[in-house]
Design a protein around this ligand. Structure first.
Ligand SMILES: [Zn+2]
Length: 308
């Protein structure tokens, strides 16, 4: 998908030229034009769409999904797309506001239908339009939620391109089987960590669904919010360091897409380990977390290694 991205300017140019020459429609044989927001959403879309779609992933590898601002070429890709798939629940804070004005195709929120975790750890169903406001957008940290993503993506691609519905369905079923296998593997790995050590301190509150599903507690975060788009006060940091000591926390987990300066300070002050995870982005192609499945395996291995 990262290679495809480099060809966007060519696609845009071709469609501009075609428009200029009198509105000849672009070549539909080239596949459904789909845009995904984050690299994680993009990977799941690629699993379902296979070779049938022309996929553009907007956010570069390593981008923080909470703060990434769409660029002019992203707006062009959005207006050209037949289907735009985002994670949703307010994750893509800077992207969501520009969708309505620029997307002519279907906008899909991959996380639709997932029971949303509220800030206090309560689960709220999606019984209303606004049930998710202020809820945790990091749904993908539990692969069972990515099964819901996969279903939503398969439904959206099939609706936009009914002649290939059977292939999208088969691709989705094969991928869901790998997600179930991943879920079983996580359970067996996590079993190595004594229950009293299953405590997570993170840079922001990114691991709620993982914690909820696999029996961890998020005891604190450097930024006590669901977004990286905030900064803690000196008092909040002092309170966190107190919690770390009182709860015998041994490690602080930091997403690769955030500045680790605060975490370095806190781990020095408290004598804990600083452990890097992937939270909002995959690694570069060929890297240790270059697919969603590898991303979860990497993170679970790092968590188990740090806490067991
Ligand atoms: Zn986040």
């Amino acid at each position: 998908m990262f290679i495809i991205r480099k060809f966007i300017p060519v696609f845009v140019l071709v469609s501009l030229v075609l428009t200029a020459c009198g509105g000849t429609p672009p070549d539909v044989q080239a596949g459904l034009k789909v845009v995904a927001s984050t690299t994680i959403v993009g990977d799941v879309v690629a699993q379902v769409g296979g070779g049938l779609i022309q996929l553009t992933v907007l956010f570069p590898t390593g981008a923080d999904p909470h703060t990434f601002e769409p660029r002019p070429q992203d707006i062009a890709a959005l207006s050209d797309a037949q289907v735009v798939i985002i994670s949703g629940l307010g994750l893509e804070e800077a992207l969501e506001p520009v969708l309505e004005a620029n997307v002519k195709g279907t906008i899909v929120h991959a996380s639709d239908g997932i029971d949303v975790l509220a800030f206090d750890g309560e689960v709220s169903g999606q019984d209303g339009e606004h049930a998710h406001e202020g809820g945790d957008p990091h749904t993908w940290t539990d692969p069972n939620n990515v099964i819901v993503w996969t279903e939503n993506i398969a439904a959206a691609l099939s609706e936009a391109d009914p002649s290939n519905a059977a292939t999208y369905r088969a691709n989705a079923d094969a991928y869901i089987a790998s997600l179930r296998e991943l879920d079983g593997w996580i359970r067996s790995e996590v079993a190595q960590i004594p229950v009293e050590r299953r405590k997570l301190v993170t840079d922001h509150r990114a691991l709620g669904y993982f914690a909820d599903e696999y029996g961890f507690e998020q005891v604190g975060a450097l930024v006590g919010a669901f977004s990286t788009n905030a900064a803690p006060s000196a008092q909040e940091l002092a309170a966190l360091e107190e919690t770390i000591k009182l709860q015998n926390v041994t490690a602080v987990f930091v997403g690769n897409e955030v500045n680790p300066q605060l975490a370095e300070q806190v781990t020095q002050d408290t004598g804990t380990k600083l452990v890097y995870l992937y939270t909002g982005s995959l690694s570069e192609a060929g890297g240790e977390a270059d697919s969603y499945l590898n991303f979860m395996r990497y993170n679970v291995n790092a968590i188990v290694e740090a806490l067991k």
